[in-house]
Design a protein around this ligand. Structure first.
Ligand code: GDP
Ligand code: CA
Length: 331
């Protein structure tokens, strides 16, 4: 079976690690990773979501933090701070730095991000028999910026600064995904969506992870058109994002922060949306009735991922639901 998944960072990566546990020997997964969180720091290209997926699936992640490398040290960051070099708020560990240095060198040698990502992944996923391929959503530079009040003046800052340094505390005036409209899908992205047997939307941030992937011109259209069934999993459980700060972003879009609200925001493909099936947590079973009549086939199942086994159960539930759905016969 060929599975394609659209992923952000931690929610996507943990789900995908569970998915790998339930794959058969002939199954393959293509991950289309969000790159709108990418940022240039100290002359280095940092791709937080691609790296979270790569490290998580390659057993190199710090599982407690959920990002960055296992067994990390922070000497370079301390030295930069001692020189007074800004920014000091982004967590760049020593081991992690090596990834960004290799990536930046390859980009500067002229390779597109998709080739660079494949080269980095060959270390983490092993040889060509790996069942996983990680593609950036685009080789073009795309960056999510947000507008927040600073000293009384509305100011655009990189999403990472809003998220990591400001902890999403300031009022969110606007979200602007710079470069998205003129970006093109990376090689292989549209083919992976059109040619898969199942398309999964993991419990990633619906706005700044999945939303940006879907916003690359051609990607949303490919999702709407694929003959594969499309199943999503809610990142919102019990009226709040399980982790992180999807709440302010959803509210900014006028989306209710609930499993039903996010499901309705994605919408059923039969009604012009992007999903056929939607999994919500058991505690949100009321969403099944709330979404009846919207065209989305909704099921309640445990959606928390404290360990790999629970993520694997979620992946199995998503594939089970997909198997009951016809997909689109009129693409
Ligand atoms: P980011 O790029 O690192 O923010 O990661 P993603 O966009 O992939 O995922 C962030 C989303 O994952 C957040 O909105 C969380 O609510 C969601 N999330 C994290 N852990 C879990 C979990 O155990 N279960 C569910 N359902 N969602 C989760
Ligand atoms: Ca992210």
């Amino acid at each position: 079976m060929r599975i394609t998944a659209l992923s952000g960072g931690i929610g996507g990566a943990r789900f995908l690690r569970g998915l790998l546990h339930v794959l058969g020997p002939d199954d393959e997964v293509v991950v289309v990773g969000n790159t709108a969180d990418d940022i240039w720091l100290f002359g280095l290209k940092v791709c937080p979501d691609l790296d979270t997926v790569m490290y998580t699936l390659g057993s190199g992640i710090d599982d407690v933090r959920g990002w960055g490398r296992l067994d990390e040290s922070w000497h370079a960051k301390e030295e930069l701070a001692a020189y007074g070099v800004e920014p000091t708020w982004f967590g760049l560990g020593d081991r992690d730095l090596a990834t960004h240095i290799v990536r930046t060198q390859m980009l500067q040698a002229g390779y597109p991000l998709s080739d660079v990502t494949a080269a980095l992944c060959s270390r983490w996923f092993g040889d060509l028999r790996s069942p996983v391929r990680l593609l950036p959503m685009s080789d073009d530079r795309v960056e999510t910026h947000v507008v927040v009040p600073r000293d009384g003046v509305d100011t655009a800052i990189h999403f990472q600064e809003y998220w990591v340094r400001l902890q999403a505390a300031p009022a969110l005036r606007d979200v602007v995904v710079v470069g998205l409209d003129s970006s093109a899908p990376a090689p292989g992205v549209l083919e992976a969506i059109a040619g898969c047997d199942v398309l999964l939307v993991p419990p990633s941030n619906p706005v700044v992870s999945v939303g940006t992937v879907l916003g690359v011109p051609g990607v949303g259209e490919a999702v709407r058109a694929t003959s594969a069934p499309v199943v999503g999993l809610s990142p919102v459980v019990g009226g709040a994002a399980v982790r992180g700060m999807a709440g302010p972003l959803l509210r900014h879009l006028g989306v209710e922060v609930s499993a039903a609200g996010v499901g309705a925001h994605y919408g059923a493909r039969s009604e012009g949306g992007v999903l056929d099936g939607w999994l919500v947590d058991e505690s949100d079973a009321d969403a099944v009735a709330a979404l009846r009549g919207t065209g989305l086939v909704t099921r309640a199942t445990p959606l928390l991922m404290p360990d790999v086994a629970s993520a694997a159960q979620m992946a199995a539930a998503a594939l089970d639901l997909a198997a009951t759905l016809p997909g689109r016969t009129d693409p």
